[in-house]
Ligand binder design. Structure first.
Ligand SMILES: [Ca+2]
Ligand SMILES: [Ca+2]
Ligand SMILES: [Ca+2]
Length: 481
């Protein structure tokens, strides 16, 4: 992070922040050791005071947001007067506060830390695992600041009025509550030290102070029908920014997002005009140039890609080459199975997995090759699969020595969330699992999922592992369904 990115000529009133979304750990080392750190954040925002996930009202502390992420807040602090300053850190979980002896990040010194967790804006108390002293720059004995406070044993931080000092706070959240904020006590008690530092004493790290300007215009793009497309703008000037995206002069998205994503381009969106009106912290709103979206029409009918049976012997998961029209995909009569089996229901998975259909069938025999024949199923462009398209697959078999293992994830990809499993089994609907494997003993890393009722019915093993699984049939050595 070289000094070339900064612009600290004057207080812009705002502070830059990067947010890194990743899993595992509660210490700052878990954040700084991540491959995305520091140059590939998942999100960047510009709160107007020194608090992560700021509500926008400095009188209201930030709420808990999510789990398993880390954050870095960085920018410049402008002291209102020359004299001694005390900085306070609060975070959940582990956090660090760094201040440079000047505007150069290379001269930053660790001046406070949170070893455990604290409630939001809890600058003079702790939650657990840390000490009040370590969160106070004047009392933190591990300080790297060159001048020590003779009374309290921490740092004696003497700053010069209106000069830019690089400041950086880091936080790593595991689970439960999450927050990060920094407060300051100034020599004349002008700033409220019980709240985060207001934006008027801060400026952002990577943006120049001044009226908003567009540095990169949205570009015209050509995509195939059904494909995603994203329009992006780059701006400079005093944050924060609001981006009002417009398609054919209609407002489609407003907020902090510098990009506008269309998950599936429609044929009717061919030749659409996309632009964005950007409002910054200073100056008048600026309107971008217009970009044109060109959509190439879909002329390819869907095809069969794969089919597989299930451990419950009453379902077949069918994969197609592209997303399908729900009406035709959900019609059971469009699917035919060999071997005298009936298809009683067809269920198209939700987007973005809507190229997958789960069929409910009459009882399948073990280890049998079946042929699935499909007719009348259409893609989103209305093109119909070739008549009597077929695919073969082999049904599951019971085998000793291992158990099939299936996992359902929540929408964040977190397999530890029991709610994802509850959703997967709700009302007896069969949703394709996010992960499947085989295990040699009962109970994997996500044991909560494998010991519940649905997990049992998905097990195809003769291992003696019944505990909560009352449906184990000792005569047939099968889980009854
Ligand atoms: Ca949390
Ligand atoms: Ca936490
Ligand atoms: Ca197609």
């Amino acid at each position: 992070m070289g000094p070339g990115r900064r612009s600290h000529d004057s207080p812009g009133g705002h502070h830059g922040e990067v947010l890194l979304q990743h899993r595992g750990g509660t210490t700052v080392a878990d954040l700084t050791g991540n491959a995305k750190f520091p140059n590939s954040p998942d999100a960047v925002t510009y709160p107007t005071y020194f608090e992560l996930n700021a509500t926008g009202d400095i009188n209201t502390a930030a709420p808990n947001t999510v789990d398993n992420y880390g954050a870095q807040m960085l920018g410049y602090f402008y002291p209102p007067a020359t004299g001694d300053y005390i900085f306070y850190l609060a975070s959940d979980d582990g956090g660090q506060l760094w201040l440079s002896t000047d505007a150069d990040p290379a001269n930053k010194k660790l001046i406070a830390q949170e070893a455990g967790w604290s409630n939001a804006r809890s600058y003079t108390a702790i939650g657990g695992g840390s000490t009040v002293e370590a969160k106070d720059s004047s009392q933190f004995t591990g300080t790297q600041w060159p001048t020590k406070d003779p009374v309290y044993g921490g740092a004696k931080i003497t700053l010069t009025a209106n000069r830019a000092y690089y400041i950086e706070a880091l936080m790593k959240e595991g689970g439960g509550g999450d927050n990060l904020s920094v407060a300051v006590q100034d020599p004349n008690f002008v700033i409220d030290s019980t709240k985060p530092i207001p934006g008027q004493y801060l400026s952002s790290f990577d943006k120049a102070s001044g009226p908003v300007v567009i540095t990169t215009q949205p570009q015209s793009q050509t995509v195939n029908q059904g494909d995603p497309v994203t329009f992006t703008v780059a701006v400079d000037g005093t944050p924060p920014y609001n981006f009002q995206w417009m398609v054919n002069n209609s407002e489609v998205q407003s907020g902090a997002q510098a990009s506008y994503n269309i998950t599936r381009a429609l044929a009717t969106q061919n030749n659409a005009k996309v632009k964005v009106v950007v409002t910054g912290g200073q100056g008048s709103p600026v309107t971008s140039a217009e970009a044109t979206l060109t959509v190439i029409s879909d002329v390819t009918p869907p095809t069969l890609v794969g089919a597989r049976g299930s451990a419950s012997f009453n379902a077949v998961t069918v994969t197609f080459s592209e997303p399908l029209d729900p009406a035709t995909a959900n019609t059971a009569a469009n699917y035919r199975l060999s071997g005298g089996l009936n298809v009683t229901a067809a269920s198209l998975s939700a987007a973005p997995n809507d190229n997958t259909v789960v069929l409910t069938t009459s009882r399948q025999s073990e280890g049998t090759v079946l042929t699935l024949t499909v007719n009348n199923v259409k893609d989103l462009a209305g093109l119909t699969i070739a008549a009597n398209s077929t695919i073969d697959f082999k049904t599951h078999v019971f085998a000793t020595g291992w158990a099939s293992y299936q996992r359902w994830h929540n929408e964040n990809g977190d397999p530890g969330d029991i709610n994802a499993f509850a959703t997967a089994i709700a009302d007896g609907t069969i949703r394709a699992p996010d992960y499947e494997s085989a295990v040699t003993q009962f109970g994997g890393p996500w044991g909560r999922e494998t010991i519940t009722r649905r997990g049992c019915s998905a097990i195809s093993s003769r291992l003696p592992m019944a505990t909560t699984c009352s449906s184990w049939d000792r005569t047939t050595n099968r889980w009854s369904t």
